[in-house]
Design a binder for this molecule. Structure first.
Ligand code: SF4
Length: 147
């Protein structure tokens, strides 16, 4: 039995910005028998529903910037990631929701400050922290492909 941290929206929690989910029944079936630890940094930090944000490359690093207010929303997401991974040192794998600016593993979009697309293969802010800690992580869509 593996211990797998997983984006809560993939399990059916209605924690997306618009209070919907990304429930993935096929993935859930594949994970039967594993110990699942759900997480959602954005719901913790901002509640649901909430404003959307994009990953922006700035002179101070990659930041999560609100699409409506331009506010830098990075710190609460990064703080959540620190707290979560500190509390769960036994994680074998993290499965992140692909394309999320928080949870994408190799699939988040990164823009420059003029909103020009720089890459579609970035790690979201929480996954950057997982990678820093050398925790194995994979996008949900890749997990489906690999099993
Ligand atoms: S992708 Fe991550 S931050 Fe977004 S709703 Fe799912 S768990 Fe929450």
């Amino acid at each position: 039995m593996k211990t797998i941290a997983i984006s809560a929206c993939l399990l059916g929690e209605k924690c997306r910005y618009d209070a919907t989910d990304n429930k993935n029944d096929m993935l859930i079936a594949q994970l039967q028998g594993d110990r699942l630890i759900p997480f959602c940094p954005e719901e913790y930090a901002f509640g649901t529903p909430r404003l959307t944000m994009d990953l922006i490359r700035t002179s101070h690093g990659d930041k999560a910037i609100s699409n409506e207010t331009g506010e830098d929303l990075s710190k609460p997401v990064i703080d959540y990631a620190h707290t979560f991974f500190d509390a769960h040192p036994d994680i074998d794998l993290v499965i992140g929701k692909d394309r999320s600016p928080s949870c994408g593993v190799c699939s988040a979009k990164l823009y420059d400050e003029e909103k020009n697309l720089l890459s579609s293969q970035e790690a979201g802010l929480m996954m950057k922290e997982a990678k820093k800690r050398n925790i194995s992580c994979i996008d949900a869509e890749k997990y489906k492909e690999s099993t």
